[in-house]
Design a protein around this ligand. Structure first.
Ligand SMILES: [Zn+2]
Length: 334
């Protein structure tokens, strides 16, 4: 049985992206695959009155079950209202959809937004598949994110060893032919908690920490010039906060040389046509760091609520920080 996202109280991305591009901020897209993550995301969004995109990846579907995740998102809307957020703006988005069938099933199932990632295919096939998904999704007012260019890194089952920047000369033709609603581009961000090898980085002489190479803002600028006002998406945009990496390592973890995208670069991107920034690894790190610390300090604890509560608090703190200090989306969904 088909269900429209509108019946679930969800919204698509059209209006929020238009406002974000105009307003010079970006909407957070947080991945979720368990209850504590979802609670932390909704509490953070409700408290800051920030529109928010809940993303479901292939790994999340395999881990938590697509049906369960959809009903959790539906529950999240009601939970947000209970928290005093009168008009929650919550999107349920398929992250890295890899086939027409999958995108269609998500549209039919109440998702308000889907990504078709055909970026690994030859250009003409990417256009063709994206167009097919758009044709179906738009019938139900579901918005579609497409991708041009290839990101490096590993995200669930999406992985590539090398990145190829998006070619600015392709974007007008691609958007015109596919009629996609937003475009994920590759300008040097990367999936996962190991975005760059030490060889790709320099070292901060004072702290000895790895400093990643800067994003290709010239490519972003060239794309903006070709598509004025068109919503651009950045994947792989966790910052890999070093305090979480340190906390993990201090309490038994082994995460040597984990490195992400510096927040000042994301802040700069959020002010441009980039209106959706994907963050997943930072939530994993916050959760794991808090769990490791709690269990190390309280070896007698075995009730999951005892260590998941501080984990949830840490994630919420991190989400609020991103919303307020990096993306600037606070107060945009009152
Ligand atoms: Zn991604």
């Amino acid at each position: 049985m088909k269900v429209s996202f509108k019946e679930l109280g969800l919204v698509n991305t059209r209006e929020m992206f238009a406002k974000a591009v105009k307003g010079g901020y970006a909407i957070p897209a947080f991945n979720f695959n368990n209850m504590e993550q979802l609670q932390a995301i909704i509490q953070a969004a409700a408290e800051t009155k920030s529109p928010v995109i809940l993303q479901v990846s292939k790994g999340a579907r395999n881990y938590a079950n697509q049906t369960l995740l959809r009903y959790m998102a539906q529950g999240a809307v009601e939970y947000a209202k209970e928290l005093g957020w009168k008009k929650p703006q919550i999107v349920l988005h398929l992250d890295h959809g890899d086939s027409y069938e999958l995108c269609k099933s998500c549209v039919d199932f109440g998702f308000s937004s889907v990504m078709i990632d055909a970026s690994s295919l030859p250009y003409d096939e990417n256009v063709k598949l994206t167009r097919k998904v758009v044709n179906y999704a738009h019938k139900y007012d579901v918005t579609v994110e497409a991708e041009l260019g290839v990101l490096a890194g590993v995200e669930d089952e999406v992985s590539s060893a090398v990145s190829h920047y998006t070619k600015p000369e392709e974007v007008i033709d691609f958007v015109k032919k596919t009629k996609c609603d937003s475009l994920a581009i590759s300008i040097g961000t990367s999936h996962g908690a190991y975005k760059f090898t030490p060889e790709q980085c320099t070292r901060d002489p004072q702290t000895g920490r790895l400093v990643p190479p800067p994003l290709a803002f010239d490519v972003l600028k060239a794309i903006e010039k070709k598509l004025p006002g068109f919503p651009i998406v950045l994947h792989g945009s966790s910052s890999v906060p070093q305090e979480y990496v340190d906390m993990c390592n201090k309490y038994g973890g082994q995460l040597p040389n984990a490195v992400g995208i510096p927040e000042e670069q994301l802040r700069k991107a959020a002010k441009s046509a980039v209106c959706k920034i994907n963050i997943d690894s930072d939530s994993r790190l916050a959760m794991t760091a808090a769990v490791r610390k709690h269990l190390a300090e309280n070896p007698s604890h075995f009730d999951p609520r005892q260590y998941l509560k501080p984990a949830r608090e840490e994630m919420k703190k991190m989400y609020i920080h991103k919303i307020v200090n990096v993306l600037g989306s606070n107060g945009k969904a009152r």
